[in-house]
Design a protein around this ligand. Structure first.
Ligand SMILES: Nc1ncnc2c1ncn2[C@@H]1O[C@H](COP(=O)(O)OP(=O)(O)OP(=O)(O)O)[C@@H](O)[C@H]1O
Ligand SMILES: [Mg+2]
Length: 264
C-alpha cells in the first residue's frame, strides 16, 4: 500500500518564482491497484511520481510504502521497491552499457552485496528467455549497447527491468508518448501484462483520456496541485471520454466561481 499524507511541494519557495506544485495531497493506494493519472500541463503529475520515487522530498507531509515511513529516503534506497519508466526512452537505463548489463543492474538492485552474482551463464540465459518473451527479437541483442535500441525496444526493456527485482510499485510517466501508435499499443499491452502478473501497485500518467479510462481500475485527475477527481470501480466503468471532459470543465468552472467568491 502507498499512503501520501498532506503532501506539499513548493519550488523556489519564498522567491518571486515560488510554485506550489502539490497542495496538501492525501492519497491511499491499496496494494496491486492500477491507477491512471491525468491533468493539464503543469498540474503536478510528474511531481507526484517524483515524491513517490524519492526524487523530490516534500516540504510537508509523509510518504508511506507498506508500513514504512520513507518520506526522507533517497531514490536509491527506495529503488528496491519502486521502478520507473519515463516518457523519454533514453531515461531510466544506461545507453553506454549493454542490454544484459542494464538488466543485471536492475536484477541486483536491493539484493545484498554478497549475494550479487556477476553476469554469469545462468543470468544471461534468464535474460535471454525474458527478452524472447517480448517477441521483439531482443534476445539476439544481449550484448548490444542499450543506446542502439529504438525507443519502443528500450521502453520494453525498461518494463522488463521492473520485473527483475523485488519491485512492488511501478511509476509510468507518459511512457508511451514518444512512441508510434503501433509500438505504443504494444507497450501498453505489455504494461498491463506485467502489472497483472506481478501484482504491482501502479501509477500511470497519460494525456490520453481514453487510455486513462481503459487501463487500471481507478483514475485521478490533478489540477493546479490538487486531486480534483478520484473515480474508481463501478463509478468509473460507465464513464466515457466525453464525461471525463465534462467533469473537467465543470470543475474548472467551480474553481473560477470559488476564486470569484474569494475576490468578491
Ligand atoms: N524542478 C522544478 N523547478 C521549478 N518548478 C518546477 C520544477 N518541476 C516542476 N515545476 C513546476 O511545478 C508544477 C508542476 O509540474 P509537473 O512537472 O509536476 O507538471 P505535470 O503535471 O507533470 O505537467 P506535464 O503534463 O507538462 O508533464 C509546474 O508549474 C512546473 O513548472
Ligand atoms: Mg509531467
Amino acid at each position: 500500500m502507498i499512503q501520501l499524507e498532506k503532501i506539499q511541494v513548493k519550488f523556489n519557495p519564498d522567491t518571486p518564482l515560488e510554485t506550489i506544485a502539490l497542495k496538501a495531497i492525501d492519497l491511499t493506494i491499496p496494494e496491486g491497484q492500477f491507477v491512471t493519472v491525468i491533468g493539464s500541463n503543469g498540474a503536478g503529475k510528474s511531481t507526484l511520481l517524483n515524491v513517490l520515487s524519492g526524487d523530490i522530498i516534500p516540504q510537508q507531509g509523509r510518504v508511506l510504502i507498506g508500513d514504512r515511513d520513507v518520506t526522507h529516503w533517497q531514490t536509491a534506497r527506495r529503488s528496491q521497491w519502486v521502478a520507473r519508466v519515463f516518457q523519454n526512452p533514453l531515461a531510466g537505463s544506461c545507453p553506454d552499457l549493454s542490454v544484459e548489463e542494464n538488466l543485471a543492474l536492475a536484477y541486483r538492485r536491493g539484493k545484498e552485496r554478497r549475494l550479487q552474482p556477476a553476469l554469469n551463464h545462468r543470468l544471461r540465459e534468464m535474460f535471454r528467455e525474458k527478452l524472447a518473451s517480448l517477441g521483439l527479437g531482443l534476445e539476439k541483442r544481449l550484448r548490444d549497447r542499450m543506446g542502439l535500441l529504438s525507443g519502443g525496444q528500450r521502453q520494453a526493456v525498461s518494463l522488463l527491468m521492473s520485473t527483475l527485482s523485488s519491485h512492488q510499485i511501478l511509476l509510468l510517466d507518459e511512457h508511451t508518448a514518444a512512441l508510434d501508435p503501433k509500438t505504443a499499443a504494444y507497450i501498453l499491452q505489455l504494461t498491463q501484462q506485467i502489472v497483472a502478473e506481478r501484482n504491482l501497485t501502479t501509477l500511470m500518467v497519460t494525456h490520453s483520456m481514453g487510455q486513462a479510462l481503459e487501463l487500471g481500475t481507478r483514475t485521478l485527475m490533478l489540477h493546479e496541485g490538487k486531486i480534483i477527481f478520484d473515480i474508481q470501480d463501478k463509478a468509473r466503468s460507465g464513464l466515457k471520454v466525453g464525461d471525463l471532459l465534462d467533469l473537467f470543465h465543470q470543475q474548472q468552472q467551480e474553481n473560477l466561481a470559488d476564486d470569484a467568491l474569494l475576490l468578491g
